[in-house]
Design a protein around this ligand. Sequence first.
Ligand code: PLP
Length: 392
Amino acid sequence: MIPFIDLAAQQVRLKPRIDAAIQKVLAHGFYVMGPEVGAFEEQLAEFGRARFALSCGNGTDALALPLMAWGIGAGDAVFCPSFTFAATPEVVPWTGATPVFVDILPDTYNLDPDHLEAAIEAVKAKGELRPAAVIAVDLFGQPADYPRLSQICRRHGLKLIADSAQGFGCTLYGEHPTFWADAVTTSFFPAKPLGGYGDGGAVLTDDPALWERMDSLRVHGKLVKSDLGGHPLQHDPKYLNQRIGMNSRLDTLQAAILIEKLGVFAEEIEARQDVAQRYAEGLKGHVYATPKVIEGGRSVWAQYVIEHHDRDGLAAHLKALGVPTAVYYPVPMHRQAPYAGFPVGPGGLPVSETKAGRVLALPMHAYLTEDVQDFIIEGVRGYNGSAEAEAA
Ligand SMILES: Cc1ncc(COP(=O)(O)O)c(C=O)c1O
């Protein structure tokens, strides 16, 4: 079987550096919040063009931290897509707030700004919930329409989170999502474009007050500088708990590994462009849709997702050839039992529902060779035969 994401190929390249970084941590022994954590945060902030990066335990906690820091809770509405991974809406009820599901654009799979605005208006008109925040997702690696989304958020006084778990490193007109969003979150789950060897996550922001509040929340609501009000500190701030927080830290070992991976990340993003381009050329006219990137956008291609009318048939055909595929996501979140009771925007979510039945992700990573990729392309082309039949 061809690997869906070839982590081993990357490891061959980085092994000596990663081994040395791990040995260094084992030698100094600061396994939690060791020096590599701060160093990685600095480098990550620089890469994502933010003033601050705060690492944490995973990409799900990264979404919860800004919501908690802003005091979002019962009675608040947080707007987000339904066509996403569970973590995006999941963190909203954690805080007591209500997720309101918004549809996506049919070409980019990212939040539809017009439907977002309609959903905000509908929530306001109903008067039961207070619109508080939007979580946009950089699905499959490409940036959401941040210029429009941030304009809508400003107009309605809402906070904007960019869930860039799949899209960290993506840009729009050369800017990272940090340019528009109040907080940008990401995940270092191994399969992500910037993945570690375990769980991890981070929040990037330009806002020092938000950074400090999240720094407190990730360590059980520990006392931070602004809590002191100029008074001298008399105890270890770790044991002076100012708010209800959590334990969500990036392991020092993961930070040390991620420093090495960040060092080649820009190059890997570049290599992913070539892979995406080759897929687009090879598959054009042979499937219902190949990915479209927003104008001015650059995707990091976390996934290469095509659409096909006989998605399941194609997946079985490819599997028989030794080509793995994946379906992100077969059931949109608003159709899943724990989320079915939450509100959806006016007119429902027809695009999310249609896409769920058609999308199929092909193997995608920075180390995919042309030979292997050509084999995959031939496999897809060999299934449906004629472009007209698939376009019909
Ligand atoms: C869009 C999206 N948001 C959030 C997450 C959560 O990240 P993690 O698995 O690190 O908690 C993921 C990935 O798993 C994701 O794909």
